[in-house]
Design a protein around this ligand. Sequence first.
Ligand code: G4P
Length: 292
Amino acid sequence: MVKIQWYPGHMEKARRQMSERLKAVDLVIELRDARIPEASRNPLLNMMAKDKPKLILLTKTDMADPLLTEEWIRFLKKDNVSCLAVDLNKDPHVSRKIIREALKVMKEKRDRQKSRGINPRAVRAMAAGIPNVGKSTMINRIAGKNTLKAADKPGVTRSLTWLHADPDLDLLDTPGVLWPKFDDEKTGSLLAAVGSINDDILDRRMLAMDTIHMIQDLYPGHLEEIYEAEEGTNPNGMLKAIARKRNLVRENNEPDTKRAAEMFLSELRKGRLGRLTLEKPHEEDSEEDLHE
Ligand code: G4P
């Protein structure tokens, strides 16, 4: 699991590296987790890459709620941004789909160049996003694992290396990493709930209860059914129900809610509780309005 570095120095270094790489890039492929499309974005990316065309990929769509993924795509497209939901692990055609969509984003510009008699060079794209959203998986899928391994030898300093994804598209072999941005406690809980940040520093019982509360709000009755809990069970009661259902009892036969919390988080992260999305778009806004 990713260890979050809180030192401003690390964030500054990541930001500097990102700005440097952006200079060489025509298109930013921004990856976000389809289960938490808002919490898994870093607004700094938009600020740093404001003049660049962008393609948003909602990753891990195999674990997200298909209806809410549709809603998110509609919401994100309101700002005229291209957006695609992807399963980077299991979809055999995922590379093709991403490359096709990336070229579509750049089509107008390339057509303009062609009409002016300029022969456009291959588009240069970079995968960017916070840790754990699937950037390396995507690069591996597009390039094939061996290509990446060869380039990743430690101790070899190298300038930017481009992978030839398509005759018209090159992909930077190193992703742009940005740290997650915690505007509020809820964002932190969401990132920890899906396992995107290390929860060692967090109280897992509290995290589990926050997450249970969020799921109860979005999917009434869902957890009650899985863990055979009464309707209206509060998060603490739900932990007890989980302990009972999963046989987690302490020596005195009391439900072990600490282990129940861990079990719940692990089941959620493995997708064993079904395809759940933990955030809904704010339909009344567009994303640009929200972050002006
Ligand atoms: P990063 O470079 O952005 O940090 O993310 P990375 O590719 O390392 O992916 C983080 C984890 O997310 C990996 O799992 C990866 O397999 C998983 N993942 C990426 N995309 C998808 C997707 O579309 N669907 C699903 N279900 N999972 C995805 P891991 O457990 O850390 O590693 P491993 O089990 O794959 O070895």
